[in-house]
Design a protein around this ligand. Structure first.
Ligand code: UD1
Ligand code: CA
Length: 479
């Protein structure tokens, strides 16, 4: 029976995964052992970042949607870095490929690990980060419905250069797959390419893997050769070829980033977010936005950031790993690892970092830095201040140029400031220090001792005025 959600629409995902479960186990293997020479980088190619996540992380996340029973990652060149970039994921099996002799050789390393496994194996190149989960599901469904030995994802590219070419009969049954560099000029005219995403009947693949030879231009063992030995093999075209672009060099990385950005912005604009001059804005796909928020030009939203509705963020701002409440304005500012509650105004030129937590209807103004500060509601720090390791109550007013001296050269100390307290301009609050509630700090004070509630503190030399005073060398005024 169809399962329906409250809106009455069929829960396709649940249905599909049930159907897949009935058809037997699916394991996933990601090929991530290569160096990626064409990147010209010390970092393994699959560890390069795209929209705040590594390439291999993106590939893995995409395949988790099919709920694989096993998740294998083939590592080799700087394998430790690849492992680190996947440390957030459980139940991964890392398979070492000590020498990188090609994608077929990488798949051969799976043989001892998948001994006795009888299901299907999805193999993905670690450098194909933009695949949609639905496309993988379609691949798997086609594979299982036709009981193929192998099924691979293909696309017709306007510029197929560099990709393996796929030749099929009229029924999408594969006749041959040839790497770009091994193609004749005539074969290169074929624009149907191998995406590097395959579904295999594992038992059949396991039989042909030992037969691979390195008899090709690169003298490598090609996984694509295994496909040539199997039958029946089908090709499934993706509708949107942008999904399957493989990242081999920095230009392709930039092209993939542009595709990802276009997807993310499309999604948020459809959901009711205004983006002004979208081309100048970047938004990681880990960011969440609410309707009726406006993102102004030159603004960059990164990591685990949430921006609630009615906000105006930018121009010229960077927000990372932060939560911004409703109707907040942030102008030309940097906010990292912090939280800002509703109706607060930040900037221009403010810097919030290190778990700054700002209350409702506050003002954090020009050239203000907040580090590890908790601020109550309706509290203002309007100009030229550094507040670090401090707790401020409600309706506090921090005068221009107030500084918390939080560091004694060895340790950091806290400053506590009670409700409705006001600091005069250019005060220095030497921590550890507690100012009670309703305290007034005279301008220019250097406060080193705690101040009880309802007090005025003046901590500076009293002004001295000497009427008629002149330098001794100066001529006396004529009387
Ligand atoms: C591969 C395909 C090509 C396809 C293209 C799609 C082969 C022989 N060719 O070419 O048909 O059109 O992908 O993007 O498979 N890797 C290892 N160990 C190795 C070599 C590679 O794990 O020894 C990994 C790499 O880290 C990478 C993936 O396999 O993630 C693909 O390798 P790459 O060298 O990029 O293959 P392509 O030349 O792009
Ligand atoms: Ca590639």
């Amino acid at each position: 029976m169809d399962e329906k959600d409250s809106a009455g629409t069929i829960k396709r995902g649940i249905l599909q995964s049930k159907r897949l479960a009935n058809k037997g186990m699916v394991a996933v293997a990601i090929l991530a052992a290569g160096r990626g020479t064409r990147m010209k980088s010390q970092l393994p190619k699959v560890c390069h970042a795209l929209g705040g996540r590594s390439l291999v992380e993106r590939v893995l996340i995409n395949c988790l949607s099919i709920e694989p029973s096993r998740r294998l990652v083939i590592i080799g060149y700087q394998g430790g870095l690849v492992k680190t970039s996947l440390k957030a994921f459980d139940n991964l099996e890392f398979v070492e490929q000590t020498e990188q002799l090609g994608t077929g050789h990488a798949a051969q390393q799976l043989l001892p690990h998948l001994e006795g496994f009888t299901g299907d194996l999805l193999v993905l190149n670690g450098d194909v980060p933009l695949l949609r989960p639905d496309t993988l599901k379609l691949l798997l469904e086609t594979h299982q419905a036709h009981q193929n030995a192998a099924t691979l994802l293909t696309a017709n590219l306007p510029n197929p250069q560099g990709y393996g070419r796929v030749f099929c009969d009229g029924q999408n049954h594969l006749t041959q797959i040839i790497e770009d560099r091994d193609c004749t000029t005539a074969q290169k005219q074929n624009r149907r390419i191998n995406a590097g995403v395959y579904c295999f009947n594992w038992s059949q693949l396991a039989k042909v893997l030992p037969q691979l030879t390195a008899d090709n231009d690169q003298q490598e063992y090609y996984l694509t050769d295994a496909v040539n030995y199997l039958s029946p093999v089908m090709a499934v075209d993706v509708e949107d070829y942008q999904e399957i672009i493989g990242i081999n060099d920095r230009k392709q990385l930039a092209a993939a980033d542009a595709i990802l950005q276009a997807r993310v912005k499309d999604k948020w604009m459809t959901a009711g977010v205004t983006l002004i001059e979208p081309n100048s804005i970047t938004i990681d796909d880990t960011v969440e936005l609410e309707p009726d928020t406006t993102i102004e030009p030159q603004t960059h939203l990164r990591g685990n950031t949430i921006i609630r509705s009615g906000c105006r963020i930018g121009p010229g701002s960077l927000i990372e790993n932060s939560e911004i409440g409703e109707n907040v304005k942030v102008l030309f500012s940097v906010v990292s690892d912090s939280a800002i509650a509703a109706h607060t105004r930040v900037g221009p030129y403010a810097h919030l970092r290190g778990h700054a937590t700002v209350g409702e209807a506050c003002r954090v103004g020009n050239f203000v830095e907040l580090k590890n500060v908790t601020m109550g509601d309706r509290t203002n720090v309007a100009h030229l201040s550094y507040l670090g390791d401090a707790t401020l109550g409600n309706q506090v007013n921090i005068g221009a140029g107030t500084i918390t001296a939080n560091y004694d050269g060895v340790r950091k100390h806290r400053t506590e400031i009670g409700d409705r307290t006001k600091t005069g301009s250019n005060s220095v609050l030497v921590a550890p220090l507690t100012l009670g509630e309703d305290v007034t700090v005279a301008a220019g004070s250097t406060v080193t001792e705690d101040v009880p509630s309802d007090s005025l503190v003046v901590a500076r030399a009293r002004q001295v005025v000497k009427p008629g005073w002149r330098l001794e060398t100066a001529p006396k005024p004529s009387s």
